[in-house]
Design a protein around this ligand. Structure first.
Ligand code: CP
Length: 306
């Protein structure tokens, strides 16, 4: 399987997904039965995280260490030579001399491509600004298939910031390959899904609709929510205007819904009382991050497990 760099969810074709899912299931068994393996004991992973992260950073750290790999990392720009004006390309070129694979979370849309072009070793985009988050889409699709048994023939609802949520962008790009699916984007009018995403999904025969209210939900099987992306609002008053208005409560969940996901962190978008429902899958989703990232690291470094 030729995947050596993961920049966009567009690279995650159905055969690639199935291969990663199969390996992720084996990784889950390793974690549950032995805790770790030496598959990458001779490898060093570079983690370059220039934007805040809990799940992605820690699940990649856990994944690398459960595979026996060493880690070098940059977390935040404050203590690094970015503060002295070093360019992203120069920094990545240097880090790629210290490790065998780089995972990077970067602040601007398009930074992942720049960093990958500069890297001499395999590269993984762990989120580039408001653009994409392809490893999150692996975690999301794996969780759906493990919980519902399929990615096809489902109605998906996405809220509440499809304009700026990189997790929603990447997940829609992956799901749009599957048959007989519908996407209902729910958001304030100013935060509707970007035209490029709607066009791409429509071209692939996804039924797409956009609504401004949870009351207009179209019998979803899966509800996927992500917080309003506070750090990406050019006008903070818009964030304040909507932050409490768009929140899922148990009373608003349609009977059709079988799974609620959220890449997290949760801020205001899901009431705490939803957590008690068996269909609230977001903490199980977060745990799956380790298995998927173990599978991805092994794949990009050309290692198989029996
Ligand atoms: N889902 C996700 O990307 O979470 P973090 O920002 O905490 O990594």
């Amino acid at each position: 399987m030729p995947l050596e760099r993961l920049i966009s969810a567009r690279q995650l074709t159905i055969p690639v997904l199935h291969e990663i899912f199969q390996t992720a299931r084996k990784m889950r068994t390793i974690c549950q039965e032995k805790g770790r393996t030496n598959l990458l004991a001779d490898k060093m992973i570079g983690l370059v995280f220039l934007e805040p992260s809990s799940r992605t950073l820690l699940s990649f750290q856990s994944a690398a260490q459960r595979l026996g790999a060493g880690i070098v990392f940059i977390q935040g720009v404050g203590s690094t030579s970015f503060e002295k004006g070093e360019s992203l390309s120069d920094a990545i070129k240097v880090v790629s001399g210290y490790c065998d694979l780089i995972v990077a979370r970067l602040p601007k849309s398009g930074d992942a491509q720049i960093a990958s072009d500069a890297s001499c070793v395999p590269f993984i985009n762990a989120g580039d600004g408001g653009n994409e988050h392809p490893t999150q889409s692996l975690v999301d699709t794996f969780t759906i298939i493990e919980e519902l048994g399929t990615l096809s023939n489902l109605q998906y609802a996405f809220g509440f910031d499809p304009l700026q949520s990189r997790s929603i962008h990447s997940l829609c790009l992956v799901l749009s390959q599957f048959e007989n699916i519908g996407f209902d984007f729910i958001s304030p009018p100013e935060l509707m899904a970007p035209r490029w995403l709607v066009e791409q999904c429509t071209e692939r025969s996804v039924r797409v609709s956009q609504s401004t209210s949870l009351a207009e939900l179209k019998n979803p099987d899966v509800i996927y929510l992500n917080r309003l992306q506070e750090e990406r609002f050019p006008d903070r008053s818009l964030f304040e205007k909507y932050r409490y208005e768009y929140r899922l409560t148990p009373e608003e969940i349609p009977a059709s819904c079988r799974l609620i996901l959220d890449p997290l962190p949760r801020v205001d978008e899901i009431a705490l009382s939803v957590d008690e429902l068996p269909i609230a899958g977001y903490f199980r989703q977060a745990q799956n991050g380790v298995y998927l990232r173990m599978a991805l690291l092994a794949m990009l470094l050309g290692r198989d497990i029996a």
